[in-house]
Design a protein around this ligand. Structure first.
Ligand code: ZN
Ligand code: ZN
Length: 230
């Protein structure tokens, strides 16, 4: 049987796809063009409508510091929106543009200023992925996580080390749990590749043993089990 059928991540080619990395901070600001005085605070219903519309836009995780004002027929909207930090500048800009287009359409005459910030400030997606993996029962340690956002899809890979005495089936169940946990937290993830390796007590880290080695150990263990019965 092939290990690939058990859900093990074999190809490491995705790791080579790591793009520009994380955008520490980005801010897309439009120039506040109106010279008009913004004295009229918009009615609550309009503010809630704007908030709902922003949050319904694909790619937006949070909406903060929302200010909606009316000056004559014009509506002025200013907000800080949070996008996942694995988005690159182009994706973040496209997301902000989608919000602006939607608001301009529904408010008719509107001026929109969005400040775009990455979600999970202080924790990169890669570190978050590793943290989530270690929260899964049976995972001793996780490392080498990658999160690549490309063409609107997120690809995650990571190494997780487990007790070397676990069976292949138990290890497989752990990879399923890790996948589920990451998808739950990060939303739509196209693929989660988990590379399982035996935990090394001395190094307090996973040993880089290839899957064939794990398979050989597993087969050997099975043979020993069978021979013990006779
Ligand atoms: Zn591998
Ligand atoms: Zn590793």
């Amino acid at each position: 049987f092939g290990l690939a059928t058990l859900g093990f991540y074999i190809g490491d080619s995705l790791a080579s796809l790591i793009l520009s990395g994380t955008i520490g901070y980005l801010s897309i600001k439009l120039i506040w063009t109106s010279g008009m005085e913004l004295t009229d605070i918009a009615p609550k219903e309009i503010v809630e409508h704007v908030r709902k519309e922003i949050l319904e836009t694909k790619g937006i995780c949070k909406c903060e510091k929302l200010r909606v004002r009316k000056a004559g027929a014009k509506t002025f909207v200013e907000a800080t929106v949070k996008v996942p930090d694995y988005m690159n500048l182009e994706e973040a800009h496209a997301t902000a543009t989608r919000v602006e287009d939607a608001l301009k359409k529904s408010l008719k005459n509107a001026e929109i200023v969005l400040h775009v910030e990455p979600l999970e400030k202080g924790m990169q997606t890669e570190r978050l992925v590793e943290k989530l993996a270690t929260e899964v029962e049976g995972v001793k340690e996780a490392h080498a996580a990658t999160a690549v956002y490309t063409c609107g899809k997120l690809y995650v890979t990571l190494h997780a080390s487990v007790d070397p005495s676990l069976s292949i089936e138990e290890a497989h169940n752990i990879t399923k749990k890790i996948e589920r946990k990451i998808i739950e937290r990060l939303g739509s993830v196209e693929n989660v590749g988990v590379h399982i390796e035996p935990f090394n007590e001395k190094m307090q880290k996973g040993s880089e043993v290839d899957e064939n080695e794990i398979r050989r150990i597993e087969l050997l263990r099975k043979i020993l089990k069978v021979s013990n019965k006779f």
